[in-house]
Design a protein around this ligand. Structure first.
Ligand SMILES: Nc1ncnc2c1ncn2[C@@H]1O[C@H](COP(=O)(O)OP(=O)(O)OP(=O)(O)O)[C@@H](O)[C@H]1O
Ligand SMILES: [Mg+2]
Length: 415
């Protein structure tokens, strides 16, 4: 099969500008070392995307995904290596990329259409369709400067324009996640329509199940390097292994969802540390032969702590987070009526999940130790190790519903 995109040994270097040393102290601390003024965002990246196939691009934040898409789109010039593309290419890049803030939605559609190679007549003919796909809200504000658009509106209009040119190659950055559920579904339907029409697609996303659903191949980037270029299932596993290795140091010191009011148990930044979480261990019945759990399996989470003093009536908290850091469930020992009197030395709290109600994904754990009133925080951590649930059944989503189905049909007579 012919390649629609061929990426050969591509590296991209960004210069970070001149650094100023403001104080003598800084200069002394540096001992004459120069700090890196360049950043290698892509290193010797090579892969091919066959015509009519869809490639998923996975990688941690800052791994170079957007840079790579921009190089393929020709917006950035690689510092080394070569990229060859065949056919008309259209891209939905980072939020607002290609949009001029001071122009109206209508003017931006026209400008982008021209840049993507449409004639004025073609743009006029497709204008209604573009606005229609972008939705009512965008339509109502099409003659307003786009700087007043919400991020969701940007994405709607951007995606509509990108697909309107009927490209042979479509590049889509993660921005789709910005749109609401309904719009995402609409975009996905469009992506599938493109696939059926034999177009080539490169798709950046953090959603592993989406990669499994729509991609033929996937590339995993880690600090600008390709660490896996394989079938979606293999690539997702590699991506997760890298996430696990890197650890995910969340800075957020609260047990609740960051955007909400601080949840009961929200922790100030400086914990007292006279009682500390020393170690977290996870056990499930099959953890010897496989790391991942299956939905519905039990899980035991063992939290070992060290205490310097005797403290009565503490509260130990746990929270389960999804891959995007959203709290799925949080509770503390008081909720279960377990009295936590600690004495100098070591102790263990064992959380037992009878049946893990989750589907495919990587989940993280957060722990805290507080006093009874939850005003004093002794310690809180985001565990380096999360856990992974691997689903074998043909279902989608996050939560494993305990679902059954029945059918009562008409009692037809046999002919
Ligand atoms: N114009 C630029 N100038 C300097 N550095 C840049 C520039 N664009 C990107 N970088 C750096 O290059 C690296 C890769 O960035 P890039 O945006 O490609 O990552 P990404 O994988 O898309 O991340 P995310 O998941 O957060 O979108 C980062 O360290 C980023 O700071
Ligand atoms: Mg990006």
């Amino acid at each position: 099969m012919a390649s629609a995109i061929s990426v050969r040994d591509v590296s991209k270097r960004f210069s970070l500008g001149k650094e100023r040393y403001d104080s003598l102290k800084e200069r002394v601390i540096r001992l004459g070392r120069t700090s890196p003024r360049e950043l290698l965002a892509l290193r010797n990246v090579s892969f091919d995307v066959d015509e009519g196939t869809t490639l998923g691009l996975l990688g941690h934040n800052g791994s170079g995904k957007s840079t790579l898409l921009k190089c393929i789109a020709g917006i950035l010039q690689p510092s080394a290596g070569a990229i060859v593309t065949r056919g008309r290419l259209s891209a939905l890049l980072e939020l607002g990329a290609g949009f001029h803030q001071d122009l109206t939605g209508r003017e931006n559609v026209e400008l982008n259409g021209l840049l993507l190679g449409l004639s004025r007549r073609e743009i006029a003919a497709r204008f209604d369709e573009i606005i229609d796909f972008a939705g009512e809200q965008v339509a109502a504000q099409i003659d307003q400067q786009v700087k007043f658009y919400s991020s969701g509106m940007f994405v709607r209009l951007g995606f509509s324009v990108a697909i309107s040119v009927e490209p042979d190659i479509l590049l889509v950055d993660e921005v789709l996640a910005v749109g609401d559920e309904a719009f995402q579904r609409k975009c996905l339907a469009k992506v599938k329509e493109f696939q059926q029409a034999g177009k080539t697609i490169v798709f950046v996303t953090h959603q592993a199940d989406l990669v499994r659903q729509i991609c033929d191949q996937a590339v995993v980037l880690d600090h600008g390097q390709v660490v896996c270029y394989d079938a979606p299932g293999v690539a997702i596993r590699s991506f997760r292994d890298h996430l696990f290795e890197t650890g995910r140091a969340h800075e957020a010191p609260v047990l609740g969802d960051e955007e909400d009011e601080p949840a009961p148990g929200a922790a100030p930044v400086h914990p007292k540390k006279t009682v500390r979480i020393a170690d977290v261990k996870l056990h499930h019945p099959h953890d010897i032969e496989r790391r991942a759990l299956l939905p519905g399996e039990p899980l035991v989470i063992e939290v070992r702590y060290d205490s310097d003093e005797a403290l009565d009536d503490l509260s130990f908290a746990i929270a389960f987070l999804d891959g995007e850091g959203r709290v799925l469930y949080g509770a503390n020992t008081r909720r279960f009526g377990v009295r936590m009197d600690v004495r100098p030395g070591t102790g263990t709290v064992r959380w037992k999940v009878a049946s893990v109600p989750l589907l495919d994904g990587v989940y993280q754990l957060r722990f805290a130790i507080q006093d009874r009133s939850e005003a004093v925080v002794y310690d809180w951590i985001d565990a380096m190790e999360g856990f992974e649930v691997m689903q074998t059944e043909n279902v989608v989503g996050t939560v494993a519903f305990d679902l059954a189905v029945e059918h009562e049909g008409a009692l037809g007579t046999t002919l």
